[in-house]
Design a protein around this ligand. Sequence first.
Ligand code: FUB
Length: 331
Amino acid sequence: MASAPLVTHIYTADPSAHVFEGKIYVYPSHDRETDIQFNDNGDQYDMADYHVLSLDEFGGPVTDHGVALRAEDVPWVSKQLWAPDAATKNGQYYLYFPARDKQGIFRIGVAVSDKPGGPFTPDPEPIPGSYSIDPACFVDDDGQAYLYFGGIWGGQLQCWSGSGDNGKFKFDASKSGPQEPKGSDVPALLCRVAKLSEDMHTFAEEVRQIQILDDKTGKLLVADDHDRRFFEAPWMHKYNGKYYFSYSTGDTHYLAYAVGDNPYGPFTYAGRILEPVVGWTTHHSIVEFKGKWYLFYHDCELSKGVDHLRSVRMREIVYDEQGNILLAQKQ
Ligand code: FUB
């Protein structure tokens, strides 16, 4: 039931879709060929710029708006432009993007344009207090914007765990491999969120952690629960007054979701949106367009499984009477 890739002239991944000016705009990563071997650090995802895509209808032609931002044009960036997102406010468009700074630490930057397709002009420094990867900007009905972010292993979230973590990067280079907590009674690492300032350039509050609760026990999901715990790729959307927090489970390769009553949660685990695709990563967004709901995601079918050469696809989703997300059977 997969759709065709949205585009085939470039590889694209990590799609963040929004409806701007009556069209669907998609803000993906721009995957490129590299000889870097696959590793848990994600070094093979060595992207150097962003393109913005748009389309007028499901299955219709897709416009590539060209290069929207280059790594070399951002003073604080050393490499790896990973999964971006965008938002609009005050007649401007804001591109949020993670990248490694000159010390190799992932930070989140913001760039501005007066058009949804860019090009975007970056701020000279990352957002103060930002860290890790995969920013997702949600603007609530009252106009308040929130930035969700975080990703484990290559995304370095495990280096910021613990309380009072803002500003302290605790990477132990002497230990190889993932340093994620383990245990069936140890809480899993948590995604982060902060309100954005009115001008959309800074956090307006201390970074908070997003709790995902077991739907049976009401307790926090635990570190060993790799089928359900947050790994990376957060997304927030609202349906019928409820807040849907969705994410990738990383090494178990699911897109999962949890539901809450406000943008900070807590969120109660509600199920899976998508089973594993071809390729290690899975990453998505959900958007309403002309009364229907769509899931944007990526896989590696076009590159025949080359893990860092992904392609964005879209398919319709529906909700049942209880508000559960289902893949539409007819596309
Ligand atoms: O594209 C690089 C990274 O792979 C993203 O930031 C993650 O979400 C995963 O899709």
